[in-house]
Design a protein around this ligand. Structure first.
Ligand code: HEM
Length: 397
């Protein structure tokens, strides 16, 4: 007798504008149906609950990334070669080289550089009283890193943002948003193949170090242009949106900002809590390589599963009062960075960037007041395209 069950089915569409803007009720309905829910509109199995997302992420043999992590075959095929779309042993070879500048001991070397950059940008925006935290503040460190540390220079500094967001949109199901993003995402691939190469890039940067590693025989040379994009495409919007989301949460919950100002040692927990509650990457997919059961629910070989990080992080089975922003919660096991083989290789850098900014904001800002917001509409990402805030140096009320 089989102990596993067939998955329930749901007609919920997670890719309408309304669903992208407000997904949490829908996630909750899906979680109630079960850990794995078949979505016939997309012909995909949504992985909804925390333990199920963890289980799938930890099992790369059954849940493969090598045939893409998106929802349409065209872009999945075009993404073959980047780290995130590979399986071991290729994956381990690439990750070992790619992660070098992102390891904690190397990040210590750039801390003071980041602190100076953060101090400058925070002084500039705070002096204006009202500013766009999503653009004027949150973009500065990620773009500076790609330009100065990865070593891509000012070339494409602005285009890089358009390209990176398009890459995430292009991973969606074949809807209008995806179709519109595909040519732009393709431009980034062309840039990688033709421009982001020795001769153009900074010879002392992280990108150049990839080519040097290939020269030493540590990885195949043809992987390098794609791996340069691994430093750019997933590092920009994610960190930018994560920063904006954190500021928005603190604006909406001034008591939590007071708590952080009173005890800045809570900053790591605060960052994790903001990433848990408003996860910048909401979903990625895997291809199922053999018939399998996830938390007792069957999924057939050849199917695609969609990991719903944003749903897992609000699973009431895992986090009590999951919709509440509580910086004393300490949810270091959240899944906003994924887990397992493909856990975000840039997570320490991302945390360091957000921490460095918050540490500059803590003494300078007593209150954030939201003046206006515009949410980003993206197939995979969650956060603000614009987040206008007014800041006060002293609490006035
Ligand atoms: C708050 C910011 C960030 C968030 C929320 C985030 C989220 C994620 C997630 C969810 C994954 C897992 C993918 C999977 O399981 O398929 C991932 C992987 C990855 N991230 Fe990040 N990321 C962030 C920042 C960064 C930064 C700063 C970099 C680069 C410097 C980066 C580079 C990567 C790469 C290359 C992978 C693929 C890792 C692999 O396949 O082994 N990310 N990220």
């Amino acid at each position: 007798m089989s102990l596993s069950a067939k998955p329930p089915t749901s007609n919920i569409d997670l890719f309408t504008d309304e669903a992208l803007l407000e997904p949490y009720e829908l996630y909750s309905e899906l979680r109630e149906l079960g850990p794995l829910v078949y979505l016939p509109r997309l012909d995909v199995y949504a992985v909804t609950q925390y333990e199920a997302v963890r289980e799938v992420s930890m099992n790369w043999e059954v849940f493969s990334s090598a045939r893409g992590v998106g929802l349409n075959d065209g872009f999945n095929k075009a993404s073959e070669g980047v780290l995130i779309c590979s399986d071991p042993p290729d994956h381990q070879v690439m990750r070992k080289v790619l992660q070098r500048p992102l390891l904690p001991n190397r990040l210590r070397d750039i801390e003071s550089f980041l602190r100076d950059e953060a101090a400058n940008i925070v002084a500039q925006v705070v002096a204006k009283d009202t500013f766009d935290a999503a653009t004027e503040l949150a973009r500065h460190l990620p773009l500076t890193i790609v330009s100065k540390l990865v070593g891509l220079g000012d070339y494409g500094r602005d285009q890089m943002l358009t390209w990176a967001a398009a890459t995430f949109d292009a991973l969606g199901p074949m809807n209008e948003r995806t179709a519109a993003a595909l040519p732009t995402a393709q431009e980034m691939v062309q840039f990688a193949l033709t421009q982001a190469r020795p001769g153009t890039i900074d010879p002392d940067g992280w990108a150049a170090a990839l080519f040097a590693a290939a020269d030493r025989g540590e990885l195949p040379a043809q992987k390098c242009p794609f791996m340069v994009m691994d430093y750019a495409a997933p590092s920009l919007d994610t960190t930018i949106l994560g920063t904006g989301n954190a500021i928005w949460l603190f604006a909406e919950h001034p008591d939590q900002w007071d708590l952080l100002r009173a005890d800045p040692s809570l900053v790591r927990h605060a960052i994790n809590e903001a990433l848990r509650l408003e996860s910048p990457i909401q979903r990625f997919t895997r291809l199922v390589t053999e018939d399998h059961a996830v938390q007792g629910v069957e999924v057939p070989a050849g199917a695609r599963v969609m990991l719903l990080f944003g749903s897992a992080n609000r699973d009431e089975r895992k986090y009590p009062r999951p919709d509440v922003f509580d910086i004393t919660r300490k949810p270091s096991d959240h899944l906003a960075f994924g887990t397992g083989e493909h856990a975000c290789v840039g997570m320490n850098l991302a945390r360091l960037e957000i921490k460095t900014l918050l540490e500059q904001l803590i003494p300078a800002v007593a209150r954030f007041e939201v003046v206006g917001t515009e949410r980003l509409l993206n197939n995979l990402l969650r956060g603000f395209a614009s987040l206008e805030v007014r800041v006060n140096a002293e609490v006035t009320s």
